[in-house]
Write a protein of this length. Sequence first.
Length: 539
Amino acid sequence: MKDLYSGVTKCLLVQTKFSDYSFWNYQDVCKIVGKKYPAAPLGLLTVAALLPQHWEFRLVDENVEPLQDEDLRRADLVCIGGMLPQQYSMLGLIERAHRMNCVVVVGGPDPTSQPELYKNADFLVLGEGEVTIPLFISDLRQHITSGRYSSLEKADMQTAVVPRYDLIRFDDYIMIGLQFIRGCPFNCEFCDVIELYGRTPRFKTNEQVIREMQSLYDLGYRGHIDMVDDNFIGNKKKVKELLHDIIAWTKARNYPFYFTTEASVNLADDDELLQLMRDADFRYVFLGIETPDNDTLLLSKKNQNINKPITEAVRKILSYGMVSNGGYIMGFDSDRPHIAQQMITSIQDSGICMAMIGLLYALPNTQLTRRLEEEKRLFHLTSKSLSSGDIDQMTSGLNFLTLRPRVDMLAGYIEVIEAIFKPSNYYKRVIYTGLHIRTAYRHKPDFKTWLSYMRSFLRVCKTAGFSGDTGWLYWKMFFTVLFRNSKGIEPAVNLAAMFIHFAKQKSYIVSVTRQMIANIEKTGEDAFNARMMGETDGK
Ligand code: B12
Ligand code: SF4
């Protein structure tokens, strides 16, 4: 093998494709706003910064542009990383890269959780790159041609590097990620974040975060930064200190960025924190709500959400100028037949528009997976055993023997998806958000960006406002919000734009789920379960 360390190794980093039908893959909205994909591949940008800097890097994001054979032919080393929904595309790329004689390095969350599936890669660099990439590089220096690296040690975030943001074209993406914290103090049974990153939140220093923002600023980026923390407010004291520094930095530069993030519902209990987020220009926050049912929260160890009135929390967050998005899960052992109705009522009352409702998927290497394995209820699905190849919690969840009849649970799921994404219900929630939000947006786009916003706005008006399904609802929403709370019009129009994606996604999910029900009914549930468990046993 060529000396890959010392020379100018041509390193190709590839972000492989996500499913077109994922909740997060809002391609139609991207087209409307003139972008190609929602989120930039922060993991690979970080990996590039951890590899020897005398190498030559090229990053191809297959969600943005096709990977050409020529790219592979030119590369000495191909780095692939990603999560479960990319498993199928990652495995395909390992084979393709090998056919082109490239050395393949694989890492990221799915290879870390299920390394056996990726054993054909030359190097498996598992866990956090900050810890394992130096081990891999040390072997490469000694001309070792394959290896598997993992470590029980967690990375010291205070030595984290600034991601190589220069490797992407900012115009391709709606948002660019920036990470402050890894790990989460909570202990939800279904969660793999705590397995991958631990339960003690680890932080970058405020100076590191500012340095990353400065790097984006110097590269000319303006606009949306997504703080990709699992729980941005995992340590409220630290995050408040950070927010003070962010505010001082951003104010001095006339607010070049606005922000989104993920947080736990107890955000709503802290007015000081909410005010700081508002002052820094946070606009959306994703809340892990999971279920309105307290018994289920208890059984799944999501204790922090028990007895938390979601409607009040969302209303409070709106009063600080932020829209709440919500993650929900159906299919818990303790879900009762009325869960569908409970879910619909909770979502409608809270006014959450972007509600990601998934079926419980036992992710590899979680407490849930271990319990189901012990109870002999786990199906061992891989992307290869699914006809579509897609593993997505909205279409391939319930990867275990369910306690209630599966057909009933799937029917309940369809009921929720149809109700929540019924145009009139969705637009009711948009109006609620538009009327109650108290925005104080600080970031102002430059003239060119403002013009492109205007073009996007006209496209939304054309697509949503002249559609048979939403035309009347769109204009009713538009004028109601405009006349009664004009500052709410921007988020309201954005949420209306998102419905263009949700309407399509709803049809897809409902049709896939109906097909699943038909398949189960054809053979009967017992036979279906026996078949799935048979796969498990390798029969
Ligand atoms: C931001 C985020 C998103 C964003 C943006 C995703 C994107 N394009 O980057 C959005 C909201 C779109 C998203 C969606 C989803 N996500 Co997500 N997401 C995250 C989150 C919170 C941060 C990711 C991140 O940027 N981290 C910062 C970077 C620096 O870390 P990293 O990517 O892990 O990279 C490090 C290492 O993994 C390693 N590494 C990574 N790649 C490579 C490659 C090589 C070659 C090497 C050597 C090393 C290496 O080195 C890096 C530095 O240490 C993580 C949780 C987390 N804490 O990481 C979940 C996470 C990655 N998501 C996950 C999942 C399941 C999803 C969804 C399916 C559903 C969901 N839960 O929301 C969807 C699917 C997306 C789709 N389009 O279909 C899981 C993945 C589980 C798994 N075992 O694969 C995670 C771990 C958390 C979780 N349980 O939800 N996600
Ligand atoms: S709060 Fe979120 S990140 Fe933390 S353990 Fe629960 S699901 Fe995981």
